[in-house]
Design a protein around this ligand. Sequence first.
Ligand code: G3P
Length: 214
Amino acid sequence: MKIFIDTANLDEIKKYAEYGIVDGVTTNPSLVAKEGDISHEQRIKEICEIIDGPVSAEVLATEYEEMLKEGRMLAGWHENVVVKLPTIRDGLRACKTLSDEGIKVNMTLVFSPSQALFCAKAGATFISPFIGRLDDISEPGMELIEEIVDILSNYDYKAEVLTASVRHPRHVVEAAKIGSDIATIPFDVLDKMFNHPLTDRGLEKFLKDAKKNK
Ligand code: G3P
C-alpha cells in the first residue's frame, strides 16, 4: 500500500520523509489555510522538493473552463503535481480533458461508488473517497472503499483508490486489507499507527536488564 501524508505542513512532511515511507502528499484548501499566510504555489513547490512522488494541489475554480485554466497552471508548478478536482459535473468534465492532455488528476470529495465509476471512466489517476466524513454521518465509510476496489478490479481503469478522510489507524488497516492502493494519512494518525506502549516498555526493560551484565 502506498502511503501519502495529508498535510501542507513542511515539518510534518519532513519528519515522515526521513523514514522513507511517504510515497506522496495530498493537500486541500483547508490544509493550506491552516498554514497561515503562505502562497499556495510556494508551498506546493516546497513540498515537491521534499517528496519525490505525487503531490496533490486542489483547484478552487468550480466552472469547467476556469478549472482547466487553474489545473494547467497547477500542473505547471512541478512535474509531480497532481491536479485535485472536486467531483462535481464540471470537475468530471475537466478530469477528462486534463487527463487526455496527460495531466494527472485526483478526484476528491467522492462519496459513492457510482461517482467513483464516473471518475475512473473520465481518466482520473486517483479517486479519493472520504471515509471519515461518511462515518461522521453514520454511514459506513469503509464499505465505500470495499465497493470501489471491487468495481475497479473488474476492469482496466488506470485509476487508483486513494482512501481519504482517514481519522485513526484502524481506517488504514482496514483499507489495506481491502486492497485500497493508497491511504492519505494525517500526521497525528501516522504517529498513532507507529507508537506502541509495549514496544517502549519492552525496550526500556531490555536496556535495564542489559546493564546487569556489566
Ligand atoms: O485530503 C482530504 C481529506 O483527507 C479530508 O479529511 O478529516 O477533513 O475529512 P477530513
